[in-house]
Write a protein that binds this ligand. Structure first.
Ligand code: UDP
Ligand code: MG
Length: 319
């Protein structure tokens, strides 16, 4: 099978028929063998009935129905698990992404050797309000910086194409769909490209991602990923290091404070009480915090030692 097209959707009944018609048209034109996997993420409208109707008429249509709304990442995850095509394309159901882009995305994977090609919504201004585009710019700049994938302008574009290996070897969860390129890079798929794509205003319904909290959550997710990517397998290396450093600093400071006091006593110089010395408290705090960090690192190490993931490595090939 040439292509698997995964469409996560939540209450998009108006768009589905038109979307499938458009995909089918493009696929026929290029003669691709394909499947379209609609993942119904707990829609409360008629979306699932429409998917059922489509699947009775078209064998290419497959559907997954969640019992409740879990989110876009879980929907993508289940689609990825089921995908059979050599190239896997994800797209939003709201007709904002154009199926006309699929053949070129596929060509970039198959011929240019990319592992992942992300869409780049260049003509965004026509579609979304400023309150959405400005934070998005900031978000992308941070994501580029943290992930080290400097050639991506638009991490969160719903239209992306992947080599099948990629989707079978990454685990999208929570709200991590925003960082799939980063997940792919962490898993060792480094040939990541970008293609400017057409992007239209939403025709029906309204955006399912609104408000500012998505940026706060987005940044926290990015922080988690960065941490997991850098230290997930060796927590002791960060916590242990910082903890030991702090403890040493505190210990030496305590020695200096104590030594000074003893020296003064021996020489008969009047000196203030150790507990009147601010350095004493700084030293104490440093030693306590240092010990705590060290223990945190050790606990992290114990947890990672027991995790089922501890020996999961990406093996590309064996002979
Ligand atoms: N979506 C989903 N589950 C959710 C929220 C959204 O499957 O909980 C789907 C939605 O139906 C659409 C895609 O994710 O197909 C992108 O959502 P939306 O268009 O609302 O996001 P935006 O384009 O505004 O970023
Ligand atoms: Mg949309």
């Amino acid at each position: 099978m040439d292509l698997s097209i995964i469409v996560p959707l939540y209450n998009e009944e108006e768009s589905l028929g038109e979307l499938f018609g458009w995909i089918e048209h493009v696929m026929k034109e290029h003669g691709f063998s394909y499947e379209v996997i609609f993942v119904n993420d707990g829609s409360t409208d008629r979306s699932w009935e429409i998917i059922e109707q489509l699947s009775t008429r078209h064998p290419e249509v497959k559907g997954i129905k969640f019992r409740r709304n879990y989110g876009k990442s879980p929907a993508l995850f289940c689609g990825f698990e089921r995908a059979q095509g050599d190239v896997v394309v994800t797209m939003d159901a709201d007709l904002q992404d154009s199926p006309d882009e699929i053949p070129e995305l596929r060509r970039m994977i198959v011929e240019d050797g990319y592992d992942l090609v992300s869409g780049y919504k260049m003509n965004r201004r026509q579609g979304d309000p400023l309150s959405k585009t400005i934070p998005t710019k900031l978000f992308n700049a941070t994501a580029r910086f943290v992930s080290g994938i400097h050639n991506l302008h638009d991490f969160n574009c719903g239209l992306k194409a992947y080599r099948r290996d990629v989707v079978k070897n990454i685990e999208v969860y929570g709200e991590m769909h925003r960082y799939i390129p980063y997940l792919a890079k962490s898993a060792g798929f480094t040939r990541i490209g970008e293609k400017p794509v057409h992007h239209q205003a939403r025709k029906f319904g309204k955006s399912k991602f609104m408000g500012w909290n998505r940026f706060v959550n987005g940044y926290l997710d990015l922080l988690s990923l960065w941490f997991l990517d850098s230290f997930g397998l060796k927590p002791m290396h960060v916590f242990g290091f910082i903890g030991t450093l702090m403890f040493m600093f505190g210990f030496i400071a305590a020695l200096v404070v104590g030594g000074n006091k003893i020296y003064c006593l021996a020489q008969g110089i009047p000196a203030r009480l150790v507990t009147d010395n601010p350095y004493f408290y700084i030293a104490l705090t440093m030693m306590i915090l240092g010990t705590q960090l060290f223990v945190a690192g050790f606990l992290g190490e114990l947890i990672s030692r027991n995790s089922t993931e501890r020996n999961k490595y990406q093996i590309e090939r064996e002979i």
